[in-house]
Design a binder for this molecule. Sequence first.
Ligand code: DHB
Ligand code: FE
Length: 285
Amino acid sequence: MAEVIWGLATSHVPSIGAAMDRGKTEDASWKDLFDGYAPARAWLAEHRPDVAIVIYNDHANGIDLDVVPTFAIGTSDHYDVADEGFGKRPVPDVVGHPELSLHLLESLVDEGFDLTVFQELDVDHGLTVPLSVWTPDPGEAWPCPVVPILVNVIQYPQPTAARCYALGQALGRAIASFPQDLKVGVLGTGGMSHQLAGARAGFINPEFDAMFMEAVETDPERLTALSRQDYVREAGSEGIEMIMWLVMRGAMRAEVTKVHSHYFVPASNTAAAVALFDNRAPATA
Ligand code: DHB
Ligand code: FE
């Protein structure tokens, strides 16, 4: 039986990846952000999973805006890093886990989540920056194979927070029913508050972010009661990315143990956060 051993929530701001790729993490403007990752990275290095499930969104880099699936899954054994206009990031391509992907797909469809299937997919900063937050120096390969699960957060109507949490709960059951003994890490990506364009460009809401950070650990149902309009109003038009953290949270136990969290404003235009949760059974944790 496969088991979720941890959940990692992190922002995916592209310039976080660029700062790493260009060796700027010790610069004054970046140091506090990267210092805030250190305790999570150290714990994760001691708790390497066999496979990671990354809940993320594409930003019209890997997938054309002509086709915007609400929920989707990659089933490939390999995902190229997308060229977002400045060349590919100098990070490894992503190795997939088709067997687990197909098992999750079947279980989720059986539970009424009719996911779109990608047999080919280039992965953008929404996926690669969270992998870099986890593993700053991957060398030739990321620490383990990845199953990408995509959520539409870029085009109205985004799925509700409640639906994302329910997807996560179904994902947790799907993972538990996989016959192999795999240790699984789940990444919930995006957020926190930010708005990139329009009259409120630059909008950040630390009070809402603090409430969300606390509730995602202790009272996720509170967050599922919020509408997509609530998310856009309180967190900005791109802050709604935070609903992807709820997919991760839904796949975890009711009670999780926070290992570390850190909040930094601003990384580019975004309130950047990391939050790491231990999901192992209390006796083994
Ligand atoms: C920024 C944040 C994002 O979430 C994103 O997808 C692109 C850019 C930013 O703050 O620059
Ligand atoms: Fe984004």
